[in-house]
Write a new protein. Structure first.
Length: 157
């Protein structure tokens, strides 16, 4: 027997009609695979607003209290337009000098939101590996800075 194709809205309407028809709500919830609070919510919404009220709703919050203020966003955009080659980290240093502490990731999101990050500004991933055909063909050394007599050499962790 093939599965009966049914949209979510049709299922909710069928659920509500059967619930208002007198079938036990706990049995209907088990059959439709929803929790009892969800079943009660669908019935209540249907009674208040009809079929349109039980449709899917957006889960987007009505407000975002931690969103960057518009004044700060405009300041970031103005600095980026003044220095188009600067990225989020350099702009953060500039803002920090003005007494504004903001993480670079937030500045980057503001730049993305205003379309100020171009693909050619991003670094392309390394496509060539440091492999050689024979051993000892490539030698590499990291220089950590001059070693003074007063302090011991720092180990990078």
């Amino acid at each position: 027997m093939p599965w009966r194709a049914m949209e979510v809205r049709e299922q909710r309407v069928e659920f509500v009609v059967r619930a208002l028809g007198g079938e036990p709500l706990s049995c209907l919830c088990r059959e439709f695979g929803v929790s009892r609070p969800t079943g009660y919510k669908w019935v209540e919404r249907y009674q208040r607003g009809g079929v349109e009220a039980i449709a899917d709703r957006s889960r987007r919050p009505l407000r975002s209290p931690t969103r960057t203020e518009a004044e700060l966003e405009s300041r970031i955009v103005a600095w980026r337009q003044l220095y188009p080659d600067w990225g989020a980290r350099k702009l953060c240093v500039l803002l920090c000098r003005q007494g504004i502490e903001i993480p670079p990731s937030t500045v980057h999101r503001v730049l993305l939101r205003h379309g100020l990050v171009r693909d050619q500004d991003r670094h392309s991933p390394a496509v060539k590996r440091f492999e050689r055909e024979h051993p000892n063909e490539l030698w590499q050394m990291d220089f950590k800075g001059p070693r003074t007599g007063r302090s011991r050499a720092r180990l990078c962790r």
